[in-house]
Write a protein that binds this ligand. Structure first.
Ligand code: AMP
Length: 271
């Protein structure tokens, strides 16, 4: 596993390879990231993982400051997996080396879910993904369905501009079905117990939706119940079509999307 600390060594090391699988991360490596790496390892000749906490996609300074960072632990896990050929650890100036302002804007129809509640977040994500794709030039990029809206927007953005294919990967959960996330490192055990209960409740809600005529008002009631029962703040609880992310009135081709705060930590999930 070769560690690439700057673009010069990256360009030199990657030059011989054109069948590259790329797993972009912000570190805090967990089994969710490893599942993306496994898939890349199976489908591509070489796998490169990046670890870069992109400040431009944080709409909240506190969140950026507290984001879990443990590069030595991350490198140990990646090395142990034996599935990673290169790890790219760029500095800020390596990615943002031109002074030009990003031209990325979201279409009105995409200003939903997290885009509505985290102003500027996806503009930052799309900007950094453009830059990383230009630098790494991967054949395939592996991204998790846990961040479904991110996957949807990045796929749409990159596949129209580059030859790169964005490959969706299933959400990996802990033994209590809580979706793995680097932010879970910031949670205490009792918070994770609540997250598991919320997951159970969401499974029930999703099942029950089939029987409901007015899904929107049913979900609004469920939102209030979840808020009251678990003392959480909920940004959204919505059923949306997986092809276009429009509000859905049937379970078919749809997922239930939630974003909520547990102990001031923002968690998202979809099922
Ligand atoms: P992050 O480091 O949180 O920016 O995530 C890097 C990549 O890993 C993104 O494509 C995420 O969607 C993906 N990812 C994060 N958590 C999970 C999970 N529990 N299961 C599958 N993929 C995940």
């Amino acid at each position: 596993m070769k560690i690439l600390l700057n673009n010069t060594s990256l360009f030199e090391s990657l030059r011989p390879f054109n069948d590259l699988g790329f797993v972009p991360t912000m570190g805090g490596i967990h089994k969710g990231h490893l599942s993306l790496i496994n898939k890349s390892n199976k489908l591509c000749k070489k796998t490169i993982v990046s670890i870069f906490v992109n400040p431009k996609q944080f709409n909240n300074k506190k969140d950026l400051k507290s984001y879990p960072r443990n590069i030595n632990k991350d490198l140990k896990i990646l090395k142990k997996s034996k599935k990673v050929d290169f790890v790219y650890l760029p500095k800020f100036k390596e990615i943002y080396n031109d002074k030009k302002k990003s031209k990325i804007t979201l279409q009105k129809k995409d200003k939903i879910l997290c885009a509505k509640f985290r102003k500027g977040h996806f503009e930052g994500v799309l900007d950094v993904m453009n830059k990383l794709t230009n630098i790494v030039k991967p054949k395939k990029i592996f991204m998790g369905e846990k961040d479904f809206q991110q996957l949807y927007l990045v796929k749409k953005e990159l596949e129209k501009k580059y030859k790169t294919k964005v490959i969706p990967c299933k959400t990996i959960r802990d033994r209590n079905n809580v979706a793995l996330s680097s932010r879970n490192f910031l949670l205490k055990k009792p918070n994770l117990v609540i997250a598991a209960k919320i997951y159970e409740k969401l499974v029930g809600i999703k099942k029950y939706i089939k029987k409901k005529k007015n899904i929107r008002s049913f979900l609004n009631l469920q939102k209030i119940e979840l808020k009251n029962n678990y003392k959480i703040k909920i940004d959204y609880l919505e059923l949306r079509n997986i092809k276009n992310l429009k509000i859905s009135s049937t379970n078919k081709n749809s997922r239930l999307f939630i974003a909520y705060y547990l102990n001031n930590i923002r968690l998202i999930d979809n099922l």
